[in-house]
Design a binder for this molecule. Structure first.
Ligand code: PRP
Ligand code: ZN
Length: 285
């Protein structure tokens, strides 16, 4: 049986989370010491650890079958791959930044300016769309120091927390795109590999869903049960069991993390008691 080759970033902003996601999918990586390859013991996959910039090309060429990489890298390189799923981690933006003391008067400020970046294609097409003529200077690393050493007037780079900009005396002035980790696939997988990729994608979705949801148990007065069911309907509908004490029920449901505190406040107003909230490890819907 053939193995699906998954490319993930060797070292960088996506590596930890990519590996964690693969592990949470129940894939047991025997020699996960990040050499070049590791083979899973219990699922037909093989992990390849690569530089992020190389991942789209290798997936397009079939050296790897699927890969986890930043959307920005895919956008920059325009490889012939399919984006299977946005993975919701390593979120960042691609922005234009200027020295903090510069007076920014809108996009026209970039006319005839020299801009350093590792993402010339994204910037080029953005400027084309906005009718800006600028000189794009491609450099491969430490873009943020370019203005200070007189190499450029501005930069275009990844911004996540923004601390790199601050520590280099720069300010973000325009956001060109938002990015996050995505799962990409070779567009011509054979049936066997496509099936493995499908299974893996199903697992990834289950892991992501469960992460955002919590299992909730509570006791409620029977006359408020309808309100509570409307508030936390659960996956299909909540489980309700009578308590030994007359007029009370126990209820089990599922609750999304984003609405957690809001729901808890309302539950208390409805007279719910003994509320327990438990993490969900996997969620199959
Ligand atoms: C990016 C970017 C900045 C930093 C910004 O580099 O080039 O250096 O992250 O993050 P911050 O806003 O949280 O400070 P990255 O670590 O992705 O390395 P790479 O460009 O070599 O892939
Ligand atoms: Zn990189």
């Amino acid at each position: 049986m053939s193995k699906l080759k998954i490319a993930i970033q060797k070292d960088g902003r996506l590596s930890e989370k990519s590996l964690e996601l693969v592990r949470e999918c129940g894939i047991d990586l025997t020699n996960g010491s990040r050499k070049l390859l590791s083979v899973a013991g219990n699922f037909p996959v093989e992990l390849m650890y690569l530089r992020d910039d190389d991942i789209p090309g290798y997936v397009a060429d079939g050296v790897a079958d699927i890969g986890i990489v930043g959307e920005n890298v895919v956008e920059e390189e325009q490889p012939d791959v399919q984006i299977l799923e946005k993975l919701g981690f390593a979120k960042c933006r691609m922005s234009l930044a200027l020295p903090r003391t510069d007076n920014y008067k809108g996009l026209d400020s970039f006319h005839n300016k020299k801009i350093a970046t590792s993402y010339p294609n994204i910037l080029q097409s953005y400027f084309k769309k906005k009718n800006i003529e600028a000189e794009i200077h491609e450099i491969s690393g430490s873009v943020e120091i370019a203005p200070a050493i007189g190499l450029a007037d501005a930069i275009f780079d990844i911004v996540s927390s923004g601390s790199t900009l601050i520590s280099n005396g720069l300010k973000e002035v325009e956001t060109v795109m938002y990015s996050q980790a995505v799962l990409i696939s070779n567009s011509d997988l054979n049936n066997e590999k496509a099936e493995i990729a499908e299974k893996l994608l199903f697992r990834m979705r289950s892991v992501r869903k469960s992460g955002k949801n919590k299992y909730i148990l509570l006791n409620a007065p029977n006359d408020r049960l309808d309100d509570i069911i409307r508030l936390i309907p659960g996956m299909k509908s909540p489980t309700i069991m009578p308590l030994a004490e007359e007029g009370w029920s126990s209820m089990h449901s599922v609750l999304n993390e984003n609405e957690f505190w809001d729901v808890i406040d309302k539950l208390k107003n409805y007279g719910a008691q003994g509320i327990l909230v438990i993490p969900i490890e996997k969620m199959i819907v």
